[in-house]
Design a protein around this ligand. Structure first.
Ligand code: ADP
Ligand code: MG
Length: 344
């Protein structure tokens, strides 16, 4: 099938800065695709290249099989939702949503009907006569979405659209975005620096590192099988085992990653390790209550610092467990070998 978006050898330089440094990507029709990476890694620039707001230094952008590298923004069947919403303050909510149709010359009756329908899709059917300043942040975000979907684009580009919302609202909007994307069947390209958001929403994720895609995969692949210390460290918390440590513990001389939730803590004992596991005597340095569990900072007797995640027990036992002697156990199968992407 022809991908909704195809990027080939995409490069964008701003003077000396290679903001985008050679990107090849195929994004499927109807996919929820996220670009995840730290600030400055080139995510917004890629989005702007897709939308046509920037001109590529090299490479091509195809939409639905058509090369649009040289096409103007209005010639591309995509729509962008920006982080700051960019609503017109002096217009009603309904007029804001209908604006794009007015620019396209759609008649008044049809455009009002379609704007109302789009508002109902984002559950703001009763808010058409309000002004943007009379809405909450989450409602303004939904108006920005309605304004995009009313144009029925094949592709929606969203640049950190939930960044300005508080956690509770963000989680609620995440669910709504996902449902909306499924219901409308639109291809979403979603930019975020929030790893949890990317893991929750996406069909696939591209992890960005200084203008390049460091790893591409499903949320499970990115989280469970990171190929580099960069990805393992950016997506979730991880214990990095350097080559020396790995050789000592596992007998394999290569860097490895080990997720905190894979570590088991038991009272100190001297039982021998099973062949499929590693056991290490350790001391609890700090135990931090997280509500859903405890984050436990450990130092093994041979000087390795590890972080473990313990399930919450629900007890109100407030004993200070610092200095407690424990045995740390993990399955060899839970250790992920890194630098399988050919880079360090
Ligand atoms: P992200 O969205 O991942 O935070 P950006 O795509 O905004 O990253 O920026 C990538 C790099 O390109 C950064 O180093 C940024 O400073 C630079 N950059 C982005 N836009 C411009 C511009 N218009 N002029 C000069 N440098 C820019
Ligand atoms: Mg950005």
């Amino acid at each position: 099938m022809v991908p909704a978006i195809r990027l080939r050898g995409l490069v964008k330089h701003f003077a000396e800065v290679a903001a985008v440094d050679g990107i090849d990507l195929d994004i499927a029709d109807g996919e929820f695709f996220s670009m995840l990476g730290p600030s400055g890694s080139g995510k917004t620039t890629v989005l702007r290249l897709i939308a046509g707001f920037e001109t590529a230094t090299a490479g091509t952008v195809e939409l639905g099989g058509t090369d649009v590298t040289a096409a103007a923004p209005f010639e591309r069947d995509v729509h962008t939702v920006f982080q700051d919403y960019a609503l017109f303050p002096h217009m009603s909510v309904l007029d804001n949503v209908a604006y794009g149709l007015r620019v396209r010359g759609t008649g008044r009756t049809e455009r009002r009907a379609r704007a109302q329908e789009a508002l109902e899709t984002v559950r703001l059917g009763g808010f058409g006569t309000r002004r943007p300043h009379q809405l909450s942040g989450g409602q303004r975000q939904r108006v920005a979405l309605a304004r995009a979907i009313v144009l029925r684009p094949r592709v929606l580009l969203l640049d950190e659209p939930l960044g300005a919302l508080d956690l509770k609202l963000r989680e609620q909007m995440q669910v709504e975005l996902k449902q909306l994307q499924r219901d409308l069947g639109i291809t979403f390209v979603f930019v975020t620096h929030d790893q949890e958001e990317a893991l929750t929403l996406s069909d696939r994720i591209a992890v960005f590192d200084t203008g390049r895609v460091r790893q591409l995969g499903t949320p499970q692949e990115i989280y469970e099988q990171p190929t580099s210390a960069y990805v393992a460290g950016f997506v979730g918390t991880t214990n990095l085992l350097d080559a020396d440590t790995s050789e000592r513990l596992l007998g394999v001389r290569a860097e490895h990653a080990l997720r905190p939730e894979r570590l088991r803590l038991t009272p100190a004992d001297h039982a021998p390790a099973r062949p499929d596991e590693v056991r290490l005597p350790a001391v609890v340095v700090e135990r931090i209550y997280l509500g859903t569990g405890n984050r436990v900072h450990l130092r093994t007797d041979d000087g390795l610092d590890l972080v473990a995640l313990e399930q919450a027990t629900g007890s109100l036992d407030e004993a200070d467990h610092r200095g407690e002697h424990v045995t740390v156990r993990f399955a060899r199968a839970d250790v992920v070998r890194l630098n399988t992407d050919g880079e360090s």
